[in-house]
Design a protein. Structure first.
Length: 88
């Protein structure tokens, strides 16, 4: 789950697996798979980064539970995926 802030400054935790899409219009609107919409203070980029950080932490935690040596491999794989393809 990721923590976000509503427009009235109350905090909420959102299950990032339920996010369908995030749009900036001009406030950030998160649409969940069930059609519910959430308006938050964070920018679209900040929401995306929090989802990445959360997923990275889940993969690393799962990998380190299996074997300490695979945690580094998983972290490298997640980092490579989040950076996208190399351009050149």
């Amino acid at each position: 789950m990721i923590q976000l802030t509503r427009l009235n400054n109350t905090r909420l935790a959102v299950n990032s697996d339920l996010i369908k899409y995030v749009e900036q219009a001009p406030d950030t609107v998160i649409t969940l798979l069930n059609g519910e919409k959430l308006v938050v203070r964070e920018t679209t980029e900040q929401v995306i980064e929090r989802v990445r950080d959360f997923r990275r932490s889940v993969i690393i935690a799962g990998s380190s539970a299996a074997s300490p040596s695979t945690a580094a491999v998983a972290a490298d794989a997640v980092s490579a995926r989040s950076e996208g393809p190399a351009r050149g």
